[in-house]
Design a protein around this ligand. Sequence first.
Ligand SMILES: Cc1cc2nc3c(=O)[nH]c(=O)nc-3n(C[C@H](O)[C@H](O)[C@H](O)COP(=O)(O)OP(=O)(O)OC[C@H]3O[C@@H](n4cnc5c(N)ncnc54)[C@H](O)[C@@H]3O)c2cc1C
Length: 392
Amino acid sequence: MRYVITKETFRACPYDILIIGAGPAGLSTALHLAKVAPHLAKRTLVLEKARHPRPKLCAGGLTVDAEIILQRLGLDVNEIPCAWAESAHLHFEGRGLELRTPKRPALRIIRRDEFDHWLAQKVRQQGIEILENIHVSAVRPADGKVIVETDAGIFQARVVVGADGSNGIVRSCILPDDRLHSARLLEALSKPGQSSGHHSSSAYFDFFCVPNGIAGYTWDFPTQLNGQPMRCWGIFDNNLLADSPRPPLRSQLAEEMQRCGYSLAESELKGHPIRWFNPFARFSVPGVLLAGDAAGSDPLFGEGISMALGYGCLAAHTIQSAFEHGDFGFQGYRRRILCSSLGQTLILRTLFTYVLYTFRWRWFQRLVWHFLHPLVKLAGWLLVINWGKRLK
Ligand SMILES: Cc1cc2nc3c(=O)[nH]c(=O)nc-3n(C[C@H](O)[C@H](O)[C@H](O)COP(=O)(O)OP(=O)(O)OC[C@H]3O[C@@H](n4cnc5c(N)ncnc54)[C@H](O)[C@@H]3O)c2cc1C
């Protein structure tokens, strides 16, 4: 069924809930609605500007929390291809600590075109329609409904979920004056080579660039492209040190790749921002909720897939309770986020961000990554991961 709704006919729109964006946040919202309120799922429509499988710049590192949320939805992520990192190494200048997970590899690495396409198929199997190649251009809450303007006409619904990513239109329409913090990320794929220092089945994060004014790290993950093993390289800078002079991100990534025997010149470099989570920000207005990168994601590592899946759970429960009580003001959504295990991990990661990157001195970074291993492991285990199973 395909609805192309014109200005004249939009009042006939049979949907109560419109989800803008079919990435992990939007698709998780749809899947959680199917689970907690199947009667509402039938009145839900997802609008997506691309067509799955669509390219998405992302290293594809899937943490254990993402897997827990998927398992609770009854989904088996083993259905799609992946590469495994047996261990994750957090380094400063080539040495540091190694993280392993009991009885399983430390990190699953998926390709986002495959992962998002798979999730979209699961949403369709629940009877929820996804309209692709529909570009949303404006969102306007008005008189107890929300008007959504697209290149295929005008839609209206009781509830709109803005799950349209870091550069999304929904947040800029509903909260145009909000202050934004964004992180910069660059990524390049390369063929696996003879690496000096890096093991082929491990993931590496190196914070050597922090004293240079880059509030972040370079990464080197195993990945696969059409079944062929590849390496995914990248650099993350959350812009916290933007006031001081910084070298270009590209040169820092090239330096690290060269140290490991790779050449950036042989790879295509692409970039995309991530919007930071801000506990003081607004996450909704009457009739409209934000989820995933549109709401704000991890400023510490730039991890966002598990967060997007977690936001979907919170958004779906909020929508279910709004229909139950007939109140679409969504005043409680911010509190629900901040009190949830997702909100708490995001708050803690924001605090850690200021400690780790503001104290940019070489001696401090060496102290953290070379000497304080038990403390870093404990903090990570207790505060940074393991929030997925507590999410309600
Ligand atoms: C280089 C890079 C590497 C990363 N690596 C990792 C990693 O290893 N692990 C990890 O957990 N996270 C990683 N992230 C973060 C992760 O990619 C994001 O946090 C995640 O994609 C957020 O999901 P989302 O659903 O909120 O947004 P998105 O995945 O951006 O999905 C938004 C969807 O909305 C659609 N859309 C946008 N605008 C409109 C519109 N106007 N109308 C209709 N549809 C629209 C888009 O086409 C898209 O499908 C990385 C990010 C980058 C940039």
